[in-house]
Write a protein that binds this ligand. Structure first.
Ligand SMILES: Cc1cc2nc3c(=O)[nH]c(=O)nc-3n(C[C@H](O)[C@H](O)[C@H](O)COP(=O)(O)OP(=O)(O)OC[C@H]3O[C@@H](n4cnc5c(N)ncnc54)[C@H](O)[C@@H]3O)c2cc1C
Length: 422
């Protein structure tokens, strides 16, 4: 498939958003170069579970050529009380995947080879690691993108269009909208996984093919099954993934303790798996046993490589800059709180609709309104949900209501005018 007006897109960031954009643009026959700052060729062993929302599934349906299951289905959403009894349940199918599986599927498709099964679109795809983008300069016919490597090499590459998919602390956004700050929300997500084969019957019963929640003042914990080693979805070989939100006030000794790693280094936003300080984690295990239902306490205490994410808020005022030569997508555009379970769907949606706009299927106005509408509306929803959950004292019905609202498919959302204003 030869493309008239073939363009070169440089994509900054090679995580799910950057790869999604690379796939959507390559499908149209354009050349794409991904610049990823990570020093090694693949990003690995840092993620855990992802709720695969409608846009994530639609993305894989459209662009994935690897024939394998991509998710584990949870058939029921349920809430436990402190003693571990189910106090509310709703039948509902939801698809859960793992960050690693989503990433490797996208890499397999992005770095694709010629084959006898399908036509590989025209257009060159390049993925370069150890390319930390440090600056951009507008040129008459595009943008020059400057990078540095870990070994001190420096270089630049010319883009017709630059896609900033460099995450919630985006360098591209900070160059173009330096006033935007990423702000700590006052609580962290303690996260981890445990093999389903290694838990008690009670925990297996609570979490296998169930999306299970517990709330109490200042605490929310949820768990669900995700694919296991090498993405297997075989029963018995999957992982139970948990996300345990708990308050750590800004500036408090508790926050310093949980975000200081085993080597004494203070991590600003993410404590990578396995680096939590043993004493700090032992304290969290003790607290978990005191306040969580036994099934949840069991998986928190059993996880071998916990990781911590400080929950933050960030929103860019615009999704295009330099007259359209620079576009922001995914977390670089809007960093959602995890309660929304929408970050990967946002990255997938932004990539798909960017492809439609570049192809001429949707107008510039529609592309902007839909992209910004999703970003602003869901970003605000995450702030509201998170604050109600962590700092309010809500009856269970309100938590259930908030969770159900967050499950409305994007096509059915009606965005208010403030969200779609351009
Ligand atoms: C390693 C990793 C693990 C994750 N695990 C989970 C998970 O388990 N569950 C979940 O729900 N979400 C997870 N996320 C977040 C999830 O990927 C995103 O919220 C969502 O998919 C949107 O992704 P994004 O590509 O817009 O941003 P991100 O995923 O944040 O990716 C941004 C990428 O840009 C790169 N980058 C940043 N600055 C520069 C620069 N100056 N130059 C070059 N490259 C740069 C980063 O290294 C990163 O790879 C993870 C993200 C990462 C990076």
């Amino acid at each position: 498939m030869a493309t008239a007006n073939k363009k070169h897109f440089v994509i900054v960031g090679g995580s799910l958003g950057g790869l999604a954009a690379g796939l959507a643009l390559r499908e149209l026959g354009h050349d794409t170069t991904i610049l990823e700052r990570n020093p090694t060729p693949v990003l690995e062993h840092q993620g855990a579970g992802i709720v695969a929302g409608g846009d994530t599934l639609a993305f894989f349906n459209k662009y994935n050529r690897c024939d394998r299951p991509i998710a584990v289905t949870s058939h029921r959403r349920q809430y436990l009380d402190r003693d571990g009894n189910v106090i509310h349940q709703e039948d509902m199918d939801q698809n859960m995947t793992s960050w690693d599986l989503a990433y490797y599927l996208m890499r397999a498709n992005y770095d694709g080879v010629q084959n006898s099964y399908c036509e590989v679109p025209d257009g060159k795809t390049v993925h370069l690691h150890d390319r930390n983008v440090t600056d951009i300069q507008e040129r008459d016919d595009g943008v020059e993108v400057f990078w540095k490597s870990g070994k001190g090499e420096e270089g630049s590459i010319k883009a017709d269009t630059l896609v900033g998919a460099d995450g919630p602390s985006s360098t591209i956004r900070s160059i173009l909208a330096p006033e935007v700050q990423r702000v700590y929300a006052g609580y962290c997500a303690l996260r981890g996984t445990v093999p389903e084969s290694e838990v008690s019957d009670a925990a297996r019963e609570a979490f296998c093919e169930r999306f299970t929640f517990f709330h109490c003042r200042g605490v929310q914990i949820l768990a669900y099954l995700i694919p296991g080693k090498a993405g297997t979805v075989e029963p018995g070989q999957r992982l139970i993934n948990f996300v345990y939100y708990t308050n750590f006030p800004e500036g408090s000794p508790e926050l310093e303790e949980i975000m200081t790693d085993r080597h004494g280094r203070r991590r600003r936003i993410t404590m990578p798996p396995g680096l939590t300080a043993p004493d700090a984690w032992e304290k969290q295990r003790r607290i978990a046993r005191e306040r969580l239902p036994p099934q949840f306490a069991e998986i928190v205490c059993a996880t071998q490589k916990p990781f911590v994410q400080a929950v933050t808020d960030v929103l860019s005022p615009a999704n295009e800059f330099m007259g359209g030569k620079v576009v922001l997508i995914g977390d670089a555009l809007a960093g959602f709180r995890p309660h929304t379970v929408a970050s990967t769907s946002q990255a997938a949606f932004d990539a798909m609709i960017l492809g439609d706009y570049i192809e001429g299927k949707v107008s510039r106005e529609q592309w902007k309104r839909e992209t910004l509408g999703f970003a602003r509306f869901i970003q605000k929803r995450g702030v509201d949900m998170g604050n109600r959950s962590q700092f309010g004292d809500l009856p269970l019905e309100e938590h259930i209501h908030d969770r159900n609202v967050a499950s409305v498919p994007r096509e059915k959302e009606v965005y208010p005018d403030w969200a779609t204003a351009i």
